[in-house]
Design a protein around this ligand. Sequence first.
Ligand code: SAH
Length: 216
Amino acid sequence: MDTEFKGKEDFFRSLREDMVEYQLEARGIKDTAVLNAMRNVPRHIFLPEELALDAYADYPLPLFAGQTISQPYIVAYMTEKLTLSPDDKVLEIGTGSGYQTAILAELSAEVFSVERIPKLSDWAKKRLDYLGYENVHLLVRGSPLGWEEFAPYNKIIVTAAAEQLPEELLHQLHDNGKMIIPIGKFSQYLYLVEKIDGKPSTRRLLPVAFVPLIVD
Ligand code: SAH
């Protein structure tokens, strides 16, 4: 991307090193592949230019159309919980900026990511293309939820909060697959869902605050 920050890659790399050490490792993220992905992906590229200097700070940031990009720790935490392997096929709901998509693309075989707001999907596509990810497939769709055509997925990550566990997504998950998803209306928690013999086995993790999942 031709921004005023071009040529400042070493500066941003050092901010990422600090982010990994003080925000991720310090809070218990251990998976070295996840830590390396967080070191490698230039998060500032995914943000509006005026927020680039905040890209490696310890809080979520506004995108546009009322949407947000998650705090780095939450991105790393959700990714670590999925225990991605290099041959996994992954579904992401809520492409947003495309940052989480890039992290997934570093760690898995194919990423299928859906976003209901066309302008955000375009934004993400430009950046993912610029960075050269060839294993990412984007679709503008809010409803029906997910991307049934390429199911089943080994892993599913949802980056908007559902009111309950969506049946459609459980259906698109491979048996023995894992899904991480924020659920709740007024107070939300992240849940890790494993599909065992067709049934969900659910574990509640952290309290979180995501924008709502909207299925029109
Ligand atoms: N992972 C993103 C964060 C996105 S915020 C990032 O790293 O930047 C959540 C996104 O989910 C928003 O862009 C919102 O438009 C999208 N969303 C909400 N409901 C959706 C649905 N039913 N299908 C696809 N995307 C949806």
